[in-house]
Ligand binder design. Structure first.
Ligand code: ZN
Length: 301
């Protein structure tokens, strides 16, 4: 199963001689300390997150290894797949009973001025980190999660069920993302010793109003996801109908990286193009002989 989590990074600056040595193990040609910029990220830990999932503590050392050498890309440069940073060192840290993976990454200063300036200037970039885990264990009964009757997030004899993610399979490149609106909605700054508090926690502790607000947000988010999925399907269908030679999975991947506004704009443009080509019909193309498979079912991914 693929897991994607968000994290934040901390600027570090110029590498130490030991760090530079590790960096140069990954660089095609030897770099000097002045040429690179170093920052650190906390990739993940073994604490339950807002999805009521957590990484198995025993899985962290292997996961830390898998992240070595992985590159980071910025989301607004997706077409060029511009790689701006690379993880050159990872470490499993244990503090106050919490184990976490800390990573150090470097970026070349040349050509990445804006990126380095943003980080140095303290503009926090959120980082989205992904990995694949083989299976999950139920925290209540220890069985494979999904094979037992327990559901994550539910209480059993006062104990919350959590899916414990086990056996790392792979770690993927990470991306620097603009803070999505949904996340802003999902995470609120509360007063819990100055830490941030998730909306779900607030709703659990707060009154009826907070719970209603959460339910409304969850509904809105679900509707939004449905709408985006529909637009994506339409985009693939229209592209195929218009004879674009880009394969549906590739189109799907592209659609996944568009903002809602961009997705709408592309969909609008394709709809107009299709209307020019076939007339304003809803089933494209409308003149398929009976028995021919419809494009919609052909190109679903
Ligand atoms: Zn169970």
């Amino acid at each position: 199963m693929n897991i994607r989590k968000e994290t934040e990074l901390t600027p570090f600056g110029t590498p130490s001689p030991e760090q530079l040595e590790k960096i140069n193990a990954y660089a095609p040609s030897a770099l000097s300390a002045e040429e690179v910029f170093v920052f650190s990220l906390r990739l993940c830990d073994d604490q339950p997150d807002r999805d009521d999932e957590r990484f198995d503590t025993d899985a962290l050392p292997r996961l830390a290894e898998l992240f070595l050498g992985k590159t980071g890309i910025t989301d607004h440069n997706w077409s060029a797949e511009k790689q701006v940073a690379r993880i050159f060192d990872t470490e499993v840290c244990r503090e106050n009973g919490v184990s976490s993976i800390k990573a150090w990454a470097y970026a070349l200063r040349a050509g990445n001025d804006a990126f380095v300036r943003d980080i140095e200037g303290g503009i926090k970039k959120e980082v989205s980190v992904g990995c694949a885990m083989a299976w999950a264990r139920c925290s209540i009964c220890g069985e494979r999660y999904g094979s037992c009757a327990h559901e994550k997030g539910q209480l059993y004899d006062g104990k919350r069920c959590v899916a414990i993610l086990c056996e790392p399979v792979d770690a993927y490149e990470f991306s620097f993302v603009a803070v999505p609106a949904q996340r802003q909605a999902g995470v609120l700054k509360g007063w819990k010793g100055g830490e941030s508090m998730h909306l779900k926690e607030l709703a659990a502790k707060g009154g009826e109003e907070a719970r209603r607000e959460l339910a409304a947000l969850e509904l809105a988010a679900a509707l939004g996801r449905d709408y985006a999925a529909q637009l994506k399907k339409e985009l693939i269908r229209l592209s195929a109908a218009l004879g674009f030679s880009v394969r549906p999975p590739v189109l799907g991947a592209i659609a996944d990286r568009l903002t809602p506004d961009e997705l709408r704009a592309v969909h609008q443009a394709l709809t107009e193009k299709a209307a020019e080509a076939y007339g304003p019909v809803t089933q494209l193309p409308g003149d398929l002989p009976d028995g021919e498979p419809k494009l919609e079912t052909d190109y679903l991914i």
